[in-house]
Design a protein around this ligand. Sequence first.
Ligand code: F6R
Length: 242
Amino acid sequence: MRIIRTKDYEDMSARAADVIAAEVILKPDCVLGLATGSTPIGAYERLVERYRAGELDFSQVISYNLDEYRGLAHDDPQSYHYFMEQYLFSHVNIDPANTHVPDGANEDVEEATAGYDAQVAAAGYPDLQLLGIGNNGHIGFNEPDAAFSKGTYCVNLTESTIEANSRLFESADDVPRQAYTMGIGTIMRAKRVLVIANGEKKAQAVHDMIYGPITPSCPASVLQLHPDAIVIADEAALALCE
Ligand code: F6R
């Protein structure tokens, strides 16, 4: 794992945007694996700025998002479909037909998950997979478990994740209890993974991802086995990795 330490969130976001921008410049028809949540917002904002400055062209880029809440319509403001439109897709020249987010509105689990996996595989898996990390070490919505997951599947969210994500809903009761997520096996097939993390709440998970035992009880720890994993994290998130 390559670790890049940054001063703060702004610095982390700028460097993450640099890595993503480099991928788009070097391979205009690259497949990007994308994440939602608070962490990537700053990087997406910088990518939009660079697109507006004429530095980036997304016209041939293909994207696959990691996950989506099960049961939310695409235009639900809490959905990850909506998030991606809000922070990235509607601001750059990516072809909407080339953007993919698991279909949370499809309650048919088999259709929604197997179909998504087949699409990611047909696209050859992401050239670059962007990941945030949960306070409990989850990546995508792969929660701590007894075994690593394989392909895209339907997951029951843990209380810890429901609690952490409730800040974006009116109350914890409004947070969906299930999500569709790419599995660990799918994430590991990306050619390069880029994990971004900031803030002290992530310090334990970041430590365990980098230095802990490789165990499904900290799903991110599997990335120690990835041949090209980059972690860009601020000082607070790396506080336990001195
Ligand atoms: C989101 C995702 C999640 C988040 C993680 C961190 O698509 O896959 O694993 O990356 O929950 O969320 P934030 O960035 O909100 O702290």
